[in-house]
Design a protein around this ligand. Sequence first.
Ligand code: NAD
Ligand code: ZN
Ligand code: ZN
Length: 353
Amino acid sequence: MAIPATMKAIVVEEFGKPMVLKNVPVPSPGYGQVLVKVITSGVCHTDLHVRDGDWHVKPTLPIIPGHEGAGVVVKLGEGVTTLKIGDRVGHAWLHDSCGGCDYCLSGWETVCGDQHQTGFAANGCFAEYTVAEANYVGRIPDNVSFAQASPLLCAGVTTYKALKETEAKAGQWVAILGACGGLGHVGCQYAQVMGLKVCAIDFGEDKRCYALDGLKCDAYVDVKGKSSQEVVEAVKAACDGVGPHGSIILAPKPEAFRQGLDMLRPMGFAVGVSLPPGEFPVDIFTLILQRKTLRGSIVGTRKDLNESLILAAGGKITCTVEERKMEDINQIFDDMVHGKIKGRCVLRIAPDP
Ligand code: NAD
Ligand code: ZN
Ligand code: ZN
């Protein structure tokens, strides 16, 4: 396949400003890397944080965001033995890690201190081509379309991992804060595959029907107009009157963290995933006397990624995908800010091969 010299890419040139669609050189894969022709690219809320530069750590600009890139290997760099031209792969958030520290050696490369992140520290997938590390791509099963695979590459693996981190067992309750968003809507489905009962929590009555009928959750709590205390009481009432065994906090709002911890029954685990800038208070007495646990969770390892893709290939995870054009990126972020997206917007970058 002929590889052009330039490609279309969406670039953050200035924080907080509209992103720019422009022509840039097609990158060349180095040692151990592959060039991937991107077919579809999911738009994660993290890309919005990247555009806005609202974290204390910021990417060096200009940067091409995007870490849900599904596509095909079109060129191998030197030394690549594990992939071949034509392989269907996903370029996810974890671009690479050192491979030699205690965390990498124990299968926790996601917390390696010497890692790069796709669309943050390395150019990402809002482009016609992207360079990925051969040993870090996800394998997209043949029966999962590129558009369906894209959201799984971040939203899917992240929620799959976070649910495991709640340590909730089949038959138990898990609360999902931000259940109808990109992460949440796949999280609800992974939870059900794991045999968990799901209390979906999101903003607005318009999401109730989607959560209960579309995503088949067991309960829905609308946070709109409620105080944090009222949210917590409503969730406890929905979950046997005592609260869920676990919660995963996906809503990008600091108050969701306190709620996610307060709503738990004793012994419960709250898993923080969303990344709003800020802090939140913890009530020390309930944390200790009810032996609750709060932990964070960052995406998933390469093993988690491939597990989550294989589970999806079983046919029980269907992403709600709205396909959009690269030109629409600034409008997509506007819709995201206003909570108008159900599921995930996926950029259609090239037709399916
Ligand atoms: P999204 O915008 O698609 O979804 C967020 C959802 O939260 C929406 O449905 C919105 O209506 C809902 N919401 C807003 N306020 C709420 C509230 N107070 N209570 C309950 N629900 C509320 O975003 P996303 O792509 O799902 O990402 C969510 C967050 O997770 C972002 O901060 C993102 O950066 C972060 N993230 C973290 C990881 C990780 O590995 N830790 C991975 C991916 C994304
Ligand atoms: Zn993401
Ligand atoms: Zn490491």
